[in-house]
Design a protein around this ligand. Structure first.
Ligand code: PEP
Ligand code: MN
Length: 356
């Protein structure tokens, strides 16, 4: 059972309800979230006939949630969550958001070049890994804090927001000092210590679906973050392992409308890791928008052939520019808006493209 406190409820009101529940023999956990106080009752024996919020001063609603991912579910929150990424950028609303950049931050010069190119094409967020979770311990592991500093400088130069991966709980504060969005990679989707740590801070978290994770496991991982009080979570479908070997992963496109039905959280798609092949990225991006995704996470490199990692799935800046021009039209027919505020080209498409 979930008790949602009124917006105005203070700590005193919360401890009053906690005491009431204790006297009824119930075990409860209180979450102080960006949405206000929520009291979760484990089990709920002894609460029969007590679902009337009027019985608990300060309580707005008492809900019986039927799914295991309680706070993530649409049952607790019917309306979609729109996350404010600051400075007029938000995700989960009508507008489609594009995050783009290299797999890894390789050097100042390369990152600044790519950042300027993706900003010019209309991206709102710059991606780039400073801590890289590589399959081989001998592969490039990232520039770590030096990479974070380069990302922060690129933000200053372009105005783009920064999304970058954090791979261990000890680095959460450090990465949060530089990033606007903290990425949890597919390999870390079930690193519960990391998820809990990310839940204890308020920066948005981009949670990628694990390589072989079911939708329920993915949503339960998101629940770890919300249960610690951080409701600012973006879910990212990045392809799953199947028997098919002609693509790096298989984009589970049905996950997009399904998860949007099950959860109030924004859902985005990474067509780059889904396919492993830059030639497939434009078609998968269109499929993502058509299926209702709130955004895209795309790998772009000024010289994909020289990229330290994931060059074969990285778009060149001109391929990215054409994709963006195409997405503008596609978003419109899908009933979404798309802002090309940063774009210097496409003057006629500079403003919002209204849904038709
Ligand atoms: C990445 O975004 O570069 C990455 C490592 O992705 P994933 O965790 O989806 O493999
Ligand atoms: Mn990558």
């Amino acid at each position: 059972m979930i008790f949602i406190m009124k917006r105005a409820a203070d700590k005193e009101a919360v401890s009053g309800v906690e005491k009431q529940l204790e006297q009824m023999g119930c075990c409860s956990v209180t979450i102080r979230s960006s949405e206000g106080f929520i009291i979760s009752v484990i089990g709920g024996n002894g609460l029969e006939g007590m679902q009337d919020p009027a019985l608990f001063p300060g309580v707005e609603k008492v809900l019986h949630i039927t799914v295991p991912y309680k706070l993530v579910s649409r049952e607790i929150k019917k309306e979609k969550s729109v996350l404010d990424l600051q400075d007029g950028v938000s995700i989960g609303g009508k507008e489609v958001i594009v995050m783009a950049g290299p797999c890894a931050v390789e050097s100042k010069k390369i990152l600044f070049t790519i950042a300027e190119q993706v900003a010019r094409a209309g991206a709102q967020v710059l991606r780039g890994g400073a801590f890289k979770p590589r399959t081989s311990p001998y592969s490039f592991q990232g520039l770590e804090e030096e990479g974070l500093k380069i990302l922060a400088e690129a933000r200053k130069r372009t105005g783009l927001k920064i999304v970058t991966e954090v791979i261990s709980p000890q680095d959460v504060e450090l990465v949060a000092d530089y990033a606007d969005i903290l990425q949890v990679g597919a390999r870390n989707m079930q690193n519960y210590a990391l998820l809990r740590k990310l839940g204890k801070q308020q920066k948005p978290v981009l949670l990628k679906r694990g390589l072989s994770a079911t939708i329920e496991e993915w949503l339960m991982s998101a629940e770890y973050i919300l249960s610690e009080g951080n409701f600012n979570v973006i879910l990212c479908e990045r392809g799953i392992r199947t028997f098919e070997t002609y693509t790096r992963n298989t984009l589970d496109i049905s996950a997009v409308p399904l998860v949007k039905n099950l959860s109030h959280l924004p859902v985005i798609v990474d067509p780059s890791h889904s396919s492993g092949d830059s030639r497939l990225v434009p078609a998968l991006s269109r499929a993502a928008i058509a299926s209702g995704a709130d955004g895209l996470l795309i790998e772009v490199h000024s010289h994909p052939e020289d990229a330290y990692c994931d060059g074969s799935q990285s778009l060149t800046p001109s391929e990215f520019q054409s994709l963006m021009n195409n997405i503008v039209k596609f978003a419109a027919v899908s009933g979404r808006t798309f802002k090309l505020e940063n774009a210097s080209e496409n003057a006629s498409e500079k403003d919002f493209v209204k849904a038709i």
